[in-house]
Design a protein around this ligand. Structure first.
Ligand code: ASP
Length: 433
Protein backbone atom coordinates (compact mmCIF):
# COMPACT_ATOMS: atom_id res chain seq x y z
CA UNK A 1 0.00 0.00 0.00
CA UNK A 2 1.58 3.33 -0.96
CA UNK A 3 1.33 6.45 1.18
CA UNK A 4 -1.47 8.00 -0.75
CA UNK A 5 -3.56 4.85 -0.41
CA UNK A 6 -2.79 4.61 3.28
CA UNK A 7 -3.91 8.18 3.73
CA UNK A 8 -7.13 7.62 1.81
CA UNK A 9 -7.97 4.56 3.87
CA UNK A 10 -7.69 6.53 7.11
CA UNK A 11 -10.69 8.75 6.41
CA UNK A 12 -13.75 6.55 5.92
CA UNK A 13 -16.22 7.40 3.19
CA UNK A 14 -19.07 8.20 5.58
CA UNK A 15 -16.89 10.76 7.37
CA UNK A 16 -16.05 12.45 4.09
CA UNK A 17 -19.67 12.51 2.96
CA UNK A 18 -20.75 13.75 6.38
CA UNK A 19 -18.17 16.51 6.19
CA UNK A 20 -19.38 17.42 2.69
CA UNK A 21 -22.96 17.55 3.96
CA UNK A 22 -22.08 19.63 7.02
CA UNK A 23 -19.94 22.08 5.08
CA UNK A 24 -22.56 22.32 2.33
CA UNK A 25 -25.21 23.09 4.92
CA UNK A 26 -23.03 25.75 6.55
CA UNK A 27 -22.07 27.24 3.22
CA UNK A 28 -25.74 27.35 2.15
CA UNK A 29 -26.66 29.39 5.21
CA UNK A 30 -23.64 31.62 4.78
CA UNK A 31 -24.60 32.23 1.16
CA UNK A 32 -28.10 33.19 2.28
CA UNK A 33 -26.77 35.60 4.88
CA UNK A 34 -24.35 37.21 2.42
CA UNK A 35 -26.81 37.13 -0.49
CA UNK A 36 -24.61 34.90 -2.58
CA UNK A 37 -27.57 33.03 -4.01
CA UNK A 38 -26.50 33.87 -7.55
CA UNK A 39 -23.01 32.53 -6.94
CA UNK A 40 -24.34 29.26 -5.49
CA UNK A 41 -26.73 28.90 -8.37
CA UNK A 42 -24.13 29.58 -11.09
CA UNK A 43 -20.96 28.07 -9.67
CA UNK A 44 -21.79 25.57 -6.93
CA UNK A 45 -25.07 23.90 -7.91
CA UNK A 46 -23.75 22.62 -11.28
CA UNK A 47 -21.28 20.35 -9.43
CA UNK A 48 -24.19 18.78 -7.61
CA UNK A 49 -25.95 18.28 -10.94
CA UNK A 50 -22.83 16.67 -12.39
CA UNK A 51 -22.65 14.30 -9.43
CA UNK A 52 -26.32 13.34 -9.83
CA UNK A 53 -25.80 12.76 -13.54
CA UNK A 54 -22.82 10.50 -12.88
CA UNK A 55 -24.87 8.43 -10.44
CA UNK A 56 -27.73 8.12 -12.88
CA UNK A 57 -25.31 7.35 -15.69
CA UNK A 58 -24.01 4.30 -13.90
CA UNK A 59 -27.38 3.10 -12.53
CA UNK A 60 -28.73 1.55 -15.74
CA UNK A 61 -25.61 -0.40 -16.81
CA UNK A 62 -25.13 -1.47 -13.20
CA UNK A 63 -28.65 -2.88 -12.85
CA UNK A 64 -28.40 -4.65 -16.20
CA UNK A 65 -24.99 -6.21 -15.71
CA UNK A 66 -25.32 -7.10 -12.04
CA UNK A 67 -28.75 -8.66 -12.49
CA UNK A 68 -27.61 -10.78 -15.42
CA UNK A 69 -24.61 -11.91 -13.39
CA UNK A 70 -26.82 -12.33 -10.33
CA UNK A 71 -29.05 -14.78 -12.22
CA UNK A 72 -26.09 -16.59 -13.79
CA UNK A 73 -24.49 -16.97 -10.36
CA UNK A 74 -27.65 -18.68 -9.09
CA UNK A 75 -26.73 -21.48 -11.52
CA UNK A 76 -30.18 -23.00 -11.54
CA UNK A 77 -33.72 -21.82 -12.35
CA UNK A 78 -34.96 -23.40 -9.11
CA UNK A 79 -32.60 -21.20 -7.09
CA UNK A 80 -33.87 -18.17 -8.96
CA UNK A 81 -37.51 -18.88 -8.25
CA UNK A 82 -36.71 -19.69 -4.59
CA UNK A 83 -34.71 -16.51 -3.99
CA UNK A 84 -36.96 -14.44 -6.22
CA UNK A 85 -40.18 -15.45 -4.48
CA UNK A 86 -38.67 -15.10 -1.05
CA UNK A 87 -37.31 -11.64 -1.86
CA UNK A 88 -40.61 -10.36 -3.17
CA UNK A 89 -42.51 -11.83 -0.25
CA UNK A 90 -40.24 -10.19 2.32
CA UNK A 91 -40.39 -6.91 0.43
CA UNK A 92 -44.18 -6.93 0.47
CA UNK A 93 -44.26 -7.82 4.20
CA UNK A 94 -41.91 -4.97 5.19
CA UNK A 95 -43.92 -2.56 3.07
CA UNK A 96 -47.21 -3.56 4.71
CA UNK A 97 -45.57 -3.18 8.11
CA UNK A 98 -44.28 0.28 7.16
CA UNK A 99 -47.71 1.46 5.98
CA UNK A 100 -49.30 0.12 9.17
CA UNK A 101 -46.80 2.06 11.28
CA UNK A 102 -47.60 5.21 9.33
CA UNK A 103 -51.34 4.69 9.70
CA UNK A 104 -51.02 4.03 13.42
CA UNK A 105 -48.85 7.06 14.04
CA UNK A 106 -51.00 9.53 12.11
CA UNK A 107 -54.18 8.21 13.75
CA UNK A 108 -52.73 8.70 17.22
CA UNK A 109 -51.01 12.08 16.70
CA UNK A 110 -53.75 13.51 14.44
CA UNK A 111 -51.63 16.32 12.94
CA UNK A 112 -54.42 17.33 10.55
CA UNK A 113 -56.66 18.42 13.40
CA UNK A 114 -54.31 21.23 14.45
CA UNK A 115 -53.46 22.50 10.99
CA UNK A 116 -54.16 26.27 10.91
CA UNK A 117 -57.16 26.83 8.64
CA UNK A 118 -55.92 30.26 7.57
CA UNK A 119 -52.84 28.71 5.97
CA UNK A 120 -54.99 26.35 3.95
CA UNK A 121 -55.98 28.85 1.24
CA UNK A 122 -52.46 30.22 1.05
CA UNK A 123 -50.96 26.79 0.33
CA UNK A 124 -53.76 25.85 -2.05
CA UNK A 125 -53.09 28.92 -4.19
CA UNK A 126 -49.36 28.60 -4.05
CA UNK A 127 -49.12 25.00 -5.26
CA UNK A 128 -52.20 24.86 -7.45
CA UNK A 129 -50.21 24.86 -10.70
CA UNK A 130 -48.08 21.87 -9.64
CA UNK A 131 -51.18 19.98 -8.57
CA UNK A 132 -52.79 20.57 -11.95
CA UNK A 133 -49.69 19.24 -13.72
CA UNK A 134 -49.51 16.13 -11.55
CA UNK A 135 -53.22 15.60 -11.92
CA UNK A 136 -52.82 15.30 -15.69
CA UNK A 137 -50.18 12.62 -15.15
CA UNK A 138 -52.42 10.81 -12.70
CA UNK A 139 -55.37 10.93 -15.10
CA UNK A 140 -53.21 9.27 -17.71
CA UNK A 141 -52.33 6.47 -15.29
CA UNK A 142 -55.97 6.08 -14.25
CA UNK A 143 -57.35 5.90 -17.80
CA UNK A 144 -55.25 2.86 -18.47
CA UNK A 145 -56.20 -0.77 -17.87
CA UNK A 146 -55.39 -2.05 -14.38
CA UNK A 147 -52.95 -4.41 -16.08
CA UNK A 148 -51.12 -1.57 -17.76
CA UNK A 149 -48.34 -1.70 -15.18
CA UNK A 150 -47.64 -5.32 -16.16
CA UNK A 151 -47.66 -4.34 -19.84
CA UNK A 152 -45.28 -1.48 -19.03
CA UNK A 153 -42.80 -3.90 -17.53
CA UNK A 154 -42.20 -5.51 -20.89
CA UNK A 155 -39.96 -3.41 -23.12
CA UNK A 156 -40.70 -3.29 -26.83
CA UNK A 157 -37.30 -1.93 -27.58
CA UNK A 158 -34.31 -2.69 -25.41
CA UNK A 159 -32.42 0.40 -26.43
CA UNK A 160 -35.32 2.67 -25.64
CA UNK A 161 -35.54 1.08 -22.19
CA UNK A 162 -31.82 1.48 -21.67
CA UNK A 163 -32.08 5.08 -22.76
CA UNK A 164 -34.64 6.01 -20.14
CA UNK A 165 -33.78 5.84 -16.43
CA UNK A 166 -37.44 5.71 -15.48
CA UNK A 167 -37.79 2.35 -17.27
CA UNK A 168 -35.92 0.43 -14.60
CA UNK A 169 -38.58 -2.29 -14.41
CA UNK A 170 -38.17 -2.94 -18.13
CA UNK A 171 -34.45 -3.28 -17.69
CA UNK A 172 -34.99 -5.70 -14.82
CA UNK A 173 -37.36 -7.70 -17.00
CA UNK A 174 -34.83 -7.95 -19.81
CA UNK A 175 -31.95 -8.78 -17.46
CA UNK A 176 -33.96 -11.60 -15.89
CA UNK A 177 -34.98 -12.94 -19.29
CA UNK A 178 -31.42 -12.81 -20.56
CA UNK A 179 -30.00 -14.35 -17.38
CA UNK A 180 -32.53 -17.19 -17.43
CA UNK A 181 -31.81 -17.90 -21.10
CA UNK A 182 -28.10 -17.91 -20.32
CA UNK A 183 -28.55 -20.47 -17.56
CA UNK A 184 -30.70 -22.66 -19.78
CA UNK A 185 -28.18 -22.51 -22.63
CA UNK A 186 -25.50 -23.33 -20.04
CA UNK A 187 -22.71 -20.89 -19.09
CA UNK A 188 -20.14 -23.50 -20.13
CA UNK A 189 -21.37 -23.23 -23.71
CA UNK A 190 -20.92 -19.45 -23.82
CA UNK A 191 -17.93 -18.86 -21.54
CA UNK A 192 -16.73 -15.74 -23.31
CA UNK A 193 -20.15 -14.10 -22.96
CA UNK A 194 -20.17 -14.81 -19.21
CA UNK A 195 -16.60 -13.56 -18.93
CA UNK A 196 -17.58 -10.44 -20.84
CA UNK A 197 -20.23 -9.57 -18.25
CA UNK A 198 -17.90 -10.38 -15.37
CA UNK A 199 -15.21 -8.13 -16.78
CA UNK A 200 -17.70 -5.40 -17.60
CA UNK A 201 -18.84 -5.57 -14.00
CA UNK A 202 -15.28 -5.02 -12.76
CA UNK A 203 -14.94 -1.92 -14.88
CA UNK A 204 -18.32 -0.58 -13.75
CA UNK A 205 -17.28 -1.05 -10.12
CA UNK A 206 -14.12 0.95 -10.79
CA UNK A 207 -16.18 3.75 -12.31
CA UNK A 208 -18.29 3.72 -9.16
CA UNK A 209 -15.10 4.12 -7.12
CA UNK A 210 -14.24 7.19 -9.16
CA UNK A 211 -17.70 8.65 -8.71
CA UNK A 212 -17.54 8.01 -4.98
CA UNK A 213 -14.25 9.86 -4.74
CA UNK A 214 -16.22 12.85 -6.01
CA UNK A 215 -19.13 12.22 -3.60
CA UNK A 216 -18.08 14.58 -0.77
CA UNK A 217 -17.87 17.50 -3.22
CA UNK A 218 -21.08 16.53 -4.98
CA UNK A 219 -22.86 16.27 -1.67
CA UNK A 220 -21.49 19.68 -0.61
CA UNK A 221 -22.88 21.26 -3.78
CA UNK A 222 -26.26 19.52 -3.49
CA UNK A 223 -26.70 20.57 0.14
CA UNK A 224 -25.77 24.21 -0.30
CA UNK A 225 -27.96 24.56 -3.40
CA UNK A 226 -30.83 22.94 -1.51
CA UNK A 227 -30.56 25.37 1.40
CA UNK A 228 -30.52 28.37 -0.94
CA UNK A 229 -33.50 27.05 -2.95
CA UNK A 230 -35.47 26.16 0.10
CA UNK A 231 -34.98 29.38 2.04
CA UNK A 232 -38.23 30.94 0.83
CA UNK A 233 -40.28 28.07 2.17
CA UNK A 234 -39.27 28.25 5.82
CA UNK A 235 -42.70 29.49 6.95
CA UNK A 236 -44.17 26.21 5.77
CA UNK A 237 -42.39 24.36 8.54
CA UNK A 238 -44.30 26.10 11.30
CA UNK A 239 -47.68 25.26 9.82
CA UNK A 240 -46.82 21.74 8.86
CA UNK A 241 -44.54 21.01 11.81
CA UNK A 242 -46.72 18.36 13.44
CA UNK A 243 -47.36 16.62 10.13
CA UNK A 244 -43.62 16.56 9.39
CA UNK A 245 -42.96 15.32 12.91
CA UNK A 246 -45.43 12.48 12.43
CA UNK A 247 -43.70 11.40 9.22
CA UNK A 248 -40.29 11.65 10.91
CA UNK A 249 -41.44 9.63 13.93
CA UNK A 250 -42.96 6.89 11.80
CA UNK A 251 -39.80 6.67 9.68
CA UNK A 252 -37.67 6.67 12.84
CA UNK A 253 -39.61 3.71 14.25
CA UNK A 254 -38.95 1.78 11.04
CA UNK A 255 -35.28 2.59 10.89
CA UNK A 256 -34.44 2.41 14.59
CA UNK A 257 -36.70 -0.41 15.75
CA UNK A 258 -38.10 -2.48 12.91
CA UNK A 259 -34.98 -2.90 10.78
CA UNK A 260 -32.57 -3.55 13.69
CA UNK A 261 -35.03 -6.16 15.00
CA UNK A 262 -35.32 -7.89 11.61
CA UNK A 263 -31.58 -7.60 11.21
CA UNK A 264 -30.85 -9.18 14.58
CA UNK A 265 -33.33 -11.99 14.31
CA UNK A 266 -33.18 -12.88 10.62
CA UNK A 267 -30.18 -11.01 9.21
CA UNK A 268 -27.64 -12.10 11.84
CA UNK A 269 -25.72 -8.82 11.82
CA UNK A 270 -25.21 -6.59 14.83
CA UNK A 271 -26.74 -3.16 14.85
CA UNK A 272 -23.30 -1.57 14.98
CA UNK A 273 -22.05 -3.54 12.02
CA UNK A 274 -25.19 -2.77 10.07
CA UNK A 275 -25.29 0.97 10.67
CA UNK A 276 -21.58 1.32 10.06
CA UNK A 277 -22.05 -0.26 6.66
CA UNK A 278 -25.26 1.64 5.93
CA UNK A 279 -24.20 5.14 7.06
CA UNK A 280 -22.62 6.36 3.79
CA UNK A 281 -25.52 4.89 1.82
CA UNK A 282 -28.01 6.65 4.06
CA UNK A 283 -26.20 9.95 3.73
CA UNK A 284 -26.08 9.68 -0.02
CA UNK A 285 -29.77 8.77 -0.12
CA UNK A 286 -30.49 11.79 2.08
CA UNK A 287 -28.65 14.26 -0.12
CA UNK A 288 -29.70 12.89 -3.50
CA UNK A 289 -33.30 11.95 -2.55
CA UNK A 290 -32.99 9.11 -5.01
CA UNK A 291 -32.68 5.45 -4.17
CA UNK A 292 -31.86 4.66 -7.81
CA UNK A 293 -28.94 7.09 -7.78
CA UNK A 294 -27.75 5.56 -4.50
CA UNK A 295 -27.78 1.99 -5.87
CA UNK A 296 -24.09 1.77 -6.86
CA UNK A 297 -23.04 2.60 -3.30
CA UNK A 298 -25.77 0.41 -1.77
CA UNK A 299 -24.42 -2.56 -3.72
CA UNK A 300 -20.82 -1.89 -2.82
CA UNK A 301 -21.48 -1.44 0.92
CA UNK A 302 -23.82 -4.42 1.13
CA UNK A 303 -21.29 -6.75 -0.47
CA UNK A 304 -18.09 -5.42 1.04
CA UNK A 305 -19.20 -4.32 4.49
CA UNK A 306 -22.14 -6.57 5.31
CA UNK A 307 -20.66 -9.61 3.62
CA UNK A 308 -23.80 -10.34 1.61
CA UNK A 309 -22.88 -12.67 -1.24
CA UNK A 310 -22.71 -11.26 -4.74
CA UNK A 311 -25.21 -13.91 -5.74
CA UNK A 312 -27.87 -12.46 -3.43
CA UNK A 313 -27.05 -8.75 -3.44
CA UNK A 314 -26.84 -8.47 -7.21
CA UNK A 315 -30.35 -9.83 -7.40
CA UNK A 316 -32.07 -8.42 -4.30
CA UNK A 317 -30.79 -4.83 -4.46
CA UNK A 318 -31.56 -3.84 -8.07
CA UNK A 319 -35.03 -5.34 -7.67
CA UNK A 320 -35.49 -3.66 -4.27
CA UNK A 321 -34.53 -0.23 -5.50
CA UNK A 322 -37.44 -0.41 -7.90
CA UNK A 323 -40.14 -2.20 -5.95
CA UNK A 324 -39.31 -1.92 -2.25
CA UNK A 325 -40.01 1.50 -0.79
CA UNK A 326 -40.93 1.25 2.86
CA UNK A 327 -40.24 4.92 3.58
CA UNK A 328 -42.33 6.01 0.63
CA UNK A 329 -45.29 3.79 1.44
CA UNK A 330 -45.26 4.81 5.11
CA UNK A 331 -45.15 8.47 4.07
CA UNK A 332 -48.03 8.02 1.65
CA UNK A 333 -50.19 6.60 4.42
CA UNK A 334 -49.40 9.49 6.77
CA UNK A 335 -49.94 12.07 4.04
CA UNK A 336 -53.28 10.61 2.97
CA UNK A 337 -54.72 10.45 6.47
CA UNK A 338 -53.32 13.89 7.33
CA UNK A 339 -55.11 15.43 4.34
CA UNK A 340 -58.32 13.64 5.26
CA UNK A 341 -58.04 15.10 8.78
CA UNK A 342 -57.38 18.62 7.48
CA UNK A 343 -60.31 18.45 5.11
CA UNK A 344 -62.55 17.10 7.88
CA UNK A 345 -63.16 13.70 6.29
CA UNK A 346 -63.52 10.82 8.70
CA UNK A 347 -62.01 7.69 7.30
CA UNK A 348 -63.66 4.36 8.00
CA UNK A 349 -61.71 1.21 8.87
CA UNK A 350 -62.39 -0.08 5.36
CA UNK A 351 -60.91 3.08 3.87
CA UNK A 352 -57.84 2.67 6.06
CA UNK A 353 -57.44 -0.85 4.67
CA UNK A 354 -57.78 0.56 1.18
CA UNK A 355 -55.00 3.02 1.94
CA UNK A 356 -52.92 0.09 3.19
CA UNK A 357 -53.45 -1.75 -0.09
CA UNK A 358 -53.00 1.20 -2.45
CA UNK A 359 -49.96 2.60 -0.62
CA UNK A 360 -48.33 -0.84 -0.76
CA UNK A 361 -49.02 -1.29 -4.46
CA UNK A 362 -48.25 2.27 -5.45
CA UNK A 363 -44.89 2.25 -3.70
CA UNK A 364 -43.95 -0.65 -5.99
CA UNK A 365 -44.64 1.57 -8.98
CA UNK A 366 -42.84 4.60 -7.56
CA UNK A 367 -39.61 5.42 -9.37
CA UNK A 368 -36.57 5.89 -7.13
CA UNK A 369 -36.14 9.54 -8.04
CA UNK A 370 -36.67 12.80 -6.12
CA UNK A 371 -40.39 13.35 -5.61
CA UNK A 372 -41.11 10.06 -7.37
CA UNK A 373 -44.04 9.28 -5.13
CA UNK A 374 -46.15 12.39 -5.69
CA UNK A 375 -48.14 11.08 -8.65
CA UNK A 376 -48.55 7.75 -6.88
CA UNK A 377 -49.79 9.54 -3.77
CA UNK A 378 -52.58 11.03 -5.88
CA UNK A 379 -53.73 7.52 -6.72
CA UNK A 380 -53.85 6.66 -3.01
CA UNK A 381 -55.85 9.82 -2.28
CA UNK A 382 -58.19 9.20 -5.15
CA UNK A 383 -58.88 5.61 -4.06
CA UNK A 384 -60.50 6.77 -0.83
CA UNK A 385 -62.08 9.93 -2.21
CA UNK A 386 -59.74 12.50 -0.68
CA UNK A 387 -59.69 15.49 -3.06
CA UNK A 388 -56.34 15.48 -4.78
CA UNK A 389 -56.18 19.27 -4.68
CA UNK A 390 -55.32 18.72 -1.00
CA UNK A 391 -51.86 17.77 -2.17
CA UNK A 392 -51.12 21.49 -2.50
CA UNK A 393 -51.00 21.63 1.29
CA UNK A 394 -48.04 19.31 1.61
CA UNK A 395 -46.01 19.91 -1.54
CA UNK A 396 -44.02 22.74 0.00
CA UNK A 397 -42.52 20.51 2.65
CA UNK A 398 -42.07 17.49 0.45
CA UNK A 399 -38.35 17.76 -0.26
CA UNK A 400 -36.99 17.30 3.29
CA UNK A 401 -39.45 14.46 3.87
CA UNK A 402 -38.45 12.92 0.55
CA UNK A 403 -34.82 12.96 1.72
CA UNK A 404 -35.78 11.07 4.86
CA UNK A 405 -38.04 8.52 3.23
CA UNK A 406 -35.34 7.76 0.67
CA UNK A 407 -32.99 6.95 3.59
CA UNK A 408 -35.56 4.42 4.83
CA UNK A 409 -36.03 3.01 1.32
CA UNK A 410 -32.36 2.17 0.89
CA UNK A 411 -31.95 0.89 4.44
CA UNK A 412 -34.88 -1.46 3.85
CA UNK A 413 -33.22 -2.87 0.74
CA UNK A 414 -30.00 -3.49 2.65
CA UNK A 415 -31.87 -5.16 5.51
CA UNK A 416 -33.77 -7.51 3.24
CA UNK A 417 -30.65 -8.48 1.34
CA UNK A 418 -29.04 -9.60 4.64
CA UNK A 419 -32.14 -11.65 5.51
CA UNK A 420 -32.25 -13.33 2.09
CA UNK A 421 -28.51 -13.94 2.29
CA UNK A 422 -28.81 -15.71 5.65
CA UNK A 423 -31.64 -17.91 4.36
CA UNK A 424 -29.60 -18.70 1.30
CA UNK A 425 -26.54 -19.69 3.34
CA UNK A 426 -28.61 -22.11 5.40
CA UNK A 427 -30.14 -23.59 2.26
CA UNK A 428 -26.76 -23.96 0.55
CA UNK A 429 -25.28 -25.55 3.69
CA UNK A 430 -28.21 -28.01 3.79
CA UNK A 431 -27.58 -28.91 0.17
CA UNK A 432 -23.91 -29.45 0.74
CA UNK A 433 -24.39 -31.52 3.90
N1 ASP B 1 -37.31 9.75 -3.57
C1 ASP B 1 -37.76 8.44 -3.26
C2 ASP B 1 -36.70 7.43 -3.64
O1 ASP B 1 -35.94 7.64 -4.53
C3 ASP B 1 -39.06 8.10 -3.89
C4 ASP B 1 -40.16 8.96 -3.29
O2 ASP B 1 -40.68 8.58 -2.22
O3 ASP B 1 -40.50 10.00 -3.83
O4 ASP B 1 -36.60 6.40 -3.05
Amino acid sequence: MNREEAHRKRVPLYAKILLGMGLGLGFGFLALALHWEGFVHDWVAPWGDIFMRLLKLIAVPLVLVSLILGVVNLKDIRNLSRIGLKTILIYVCTTILAVSIGLGMVSVIKPGKVFPKDRQTEFMERYQQTVVEREAQMQQVKDESPLQFVVDMVPENLFKALGDNSKMLQIIFFALLFGVALIVVGPSKVPSLVRFFQQLNLVLLKIIDFIMAFAPYGVFALMSALIVDYAGDVGIFSALGLYALTVVLALAVIILLVYPFIMRVFGKRTMKQFFKAAAPVQMLAFTTSSSAATLPLTMERTQMHLGVSEEVSSFVLPVGVTINMDGTSCYQAVAAVFLAQVLGLDLTFGQMLLILATATISSIGTPGIPGGSIVMLMIVLDSVGIPIEGLALILGIDRPLDMLRTVVNVTGDMTVSCVVDEGNKTKTADHEA
